[in-house]
Ligand binder design. Structure first.
Ligand code: 1GP
Length: 248
């Protein structure tokens, strides 16, 4: 049976075609700043808040970031963990993810086995996700010991995405790496979208509406932006992105 947050995301995609999620990296932000970002993002029309980064953050700090966001906004808060330390009881859901192109079994199934009992105990909603690192891959690629798929090899991205779908994953995420100069190219998004029956998430390096439109026009159902929240004109940029992708 699907959980509440997953149903909400699927329904939103059905109604709006493509949606936006804001990623908050707890390493880079105080809990007060996090609640302001969440408030602004929510007012701009983002569908949910994802919380996670690529390296370790104190669990006390993670806890206060999640709590202050939950106290501020109504939209779902979904954990985006890089390890079992990214689990927190105050969120609504967690991307239960496997890094499909990692060479380290820990990131394929090890952390998941360690974390699953705690997720059950905390009654967090797990949302199954196949995570694939493409292009430069950024810090996530290094920490996750991934063999990033070059942008020149869309067929390899397709093979990974299909494998995730055939294993029963409910969402597939093409990750270009946070802050990457070149977001995931349309060619790769289109090729992957062509074979998928589950929603496709695309993130990494999306900084403006043109890049967002390119991603959704190529088939992204969800785009994730993180780094732009650090800009002075973040709220305006985010509103532009969200308004542009609606209905595309
Ligand atoms: C990273 O895909 C996300 O996991 C978002 O990337 O920070 O570059 O927006 P940015």
């Amino acid at each position: 049976m699907l959980g509440t947050v997953e149903k909400y995301l699927l329904e939103k995609i059905r109604n709006e075609k493509s949606i936006h999620i804001t990623l908050v990296d707890p390493e880079k932000i105080s809990s007060k700043q996090a609640s302001i970002v969440a408030q602004n993002s929510s007012q701009s029309g983002t569908a949910a808040i994802m919380i996670g980064g690529s390296t370790f953050v104190s669990q006390n700090h993670l806890n206060s970031v999640v709590r202050s966001i939950k106290e501020t906004v109504e939209i779902p808060v979904i954990l985006f963990p890089n390890n079992i330390t990214g689990i927190n009881q105050n969120a609504d859901a967690i991307w239960f993810m496997s890094l499909l192109n990692s060479v380290d079994p820990y990131f394929l199934m090890g952390a998941q086995i360690l974390g699953a009992p705690l997720i059950k105990k905390l009654d967090l909603e797990p949302i199954s996700l196949g995570y694939i690192i493409v292009g430069e891959g950024g810090t996530a690629g290094i920490i996750g010991k991934a063999l990033p798929i070059p942008y020149s090899k869309p067929e390899l991205a397709v093979a990974h995405a299909l494998a995730g779908q055939y294993l029963g994953m409910h969402f597939i995420y093409l990750e270009g790496g946070s802050g990457t100069k070149t977001p995931v190219p349309s060619k790769i998004i289109r090729a992957v979208k062509n074979v998928l029956t589950v929603p496709l998430i695309v993130g990494g390096g999306i900084k403006n509406k043109d890049q967002a439109i390119a991603a959704v026009s190529a088939g992204a159902d969800i785009i994730v932006t993180g780094n732009i929240i650090e800009r002075n004109d973040a709220t305006q940029k985010m509103s532009e992105i969200i308004n542009e992708i609606r209905g595309k």
